[in-house]
Design a protein around this ligand. Sequence first.
Ligand code: ZN
Length: 287
Amino acid sequence: MLVSATEMLNKAVEGKYAVGQFNINNLEWTKSILQTAQECNSPVILGVSEGAGKYMTGFKTVAAMVSAMIEDMGITVPVALHLDHGSYDGCLKCIEAGFSSVMFDGSHYPIDENVQKTTELVNICREKGLSIEAEVGSIGGEEDGVVGAGEIADPNECKMIADLGVDFLAAGIGNIHGKYPANWKGLDFDALAKIKDLTGDLPLVLHGGTGIPADMIKTAISLGVAKINVNTECQLYFQAATRKYIEEGKDLEGKGFDPRKLLAPGAAAIKEIVKEKMELFGSVNKA
Ligand SMILES: [Zn+2]
């Protein structure tokens, strides 16, 4: 059964670790992440962008697939199904489709409009038992065609959005989506500390987890980050393993063309990186 992410993240704040959000693209991705979470006895958040939802034919398909897999695979660790960077309408669709958590990304609206739309969605999520994430300060890089510059969130705006009753908050602290450029300045821990001071025990979310050095991840967790989003890294691991399989000519040997064989190395690679992240984030045996 899917659960909201509220309880697992409040526990993470208390226990000073973070729960990974791993984005899914298809059945293999979902299966690999669920298997790893179960093997690591770790809570997990499955992230779905609007683009990935569309790719999988719609949010209803995604919710039905994930719920059925939890049952068929005998998954007992807490699993949340979360819309990543949702629009207002996307949030409504996911609430309707059976997701257990949504992120409303109103960071591109003026703060008043972000406040108004976030408030409406908080009320709906409360009533239906979903958790909701909001964002202040756009996260840099490109996500579904939206390019952000990697802003540092205004701590007072964070406090304003936190007070609306969101369950966790994504605040830009120089993090970006995708691969980090060589001249990246690193995370702004002063900003993070100020945000933490004003938002108290509210779990904070770090987007763009791919390629942030382990020591920065650990410092961020010590300063109140309780959810870390990983997307690109799983894609890179899948790609590298699949490329190796084909370059070694394995697809030409015997039944190597069978999609269940062709996709197996990529699926195994996703398991490897998810396990590595769960260990780094400290969520192993925290289910
Ligand atoms: Zn993000």
